[in-house]
Design a protein around this ligand. Structure first.
Ligand SMILES: *[C@@H]1O[C@H](CO)[C@@H](O)[C@H](O)[C@H]1NC(C)=O
Length: 173
């Protein structure tokens, strides 16, 4: 595991400190409020866009997860569809970041086309409508806590395909 970067701390410290402050008015009702997502992704999912998606190559129509939020030890069903405004060829990348609380568990850039093999798709992805259905068996032993995920996708010419994030996905024991 890596040392916390200053940036990581700067980004997450306000959230975490806000979340750990108990309510002054009713200590039995400690609720965690996070900001309303600015650009939520349509459907039953915890995702939002990192920024206004209007210039993204992928226009997501909807993403449905069941159960939502995902549960350890259960099969996660993913259904998603959308429209690609350009063909996606080999060389596209995904920058992935996964945090567990303040700790960065994953921060790496991977080959999009290789990752797509996991959902039975392959490059090139042709322009037009697309959909995907996938089942993932989540391990029982996911350490409890709050997870945040960020996935930033670029095509081979460094044009943004999409950028998605999910903050504060909580797994309980
Ligand atoms: C995309 O998925 C949504 C929700 O499952 C569905 O209502 C919609 O008809 C789908 N669109 C296409 C083009 O398949």
């Amino acid at each position: 595991m890596k040392f916390l970067s200053a940036a990581t701390l700067l980004l997450t410290a306000p959230l975490v400190s806000a979340a750990s402050l108990p309510s002054l008015f009713d200590p039995s009702q400690v609720t965690i409020k996070t900001a309303e997502p600015q650009f939520p992704v349509e459907g039953d999912n915890p995702l939002e866009y990192c920024q206004n998606p209007e210039n993204h190559i992928l226009k997501i129509e909807s993403v449905n997860l069941s159960p939502n939020p995902p549960q350890p030890g259960q099969t996660l069903n993913i259904k998603a569809n959308g429209t690609l405004n350009e063909r996606i060829e080999k060389g596209a990348t995904v920058s992935l970041e996964v945090k567990w609380g303040l700790i960065t568990l994953i921060k790496q850039t991977v080959d999009l086309c290789k990752e797509l093999e996991n959902v039975d798709m392959e490059c090139p992805l042709e322009k037009g409508e697309m959909s995907l259905t996938k089942q993932v068996d989540l391990p029982k032993q996911i350490p409890p806590g709050k997870y945040s995920i960020l996935a930033d996708v670029y095509d081979k010419d460094q044009k943004q395909v999409t950028c998605l994030k999910a903050n504060d996905i909580t797994f309980h024991l």
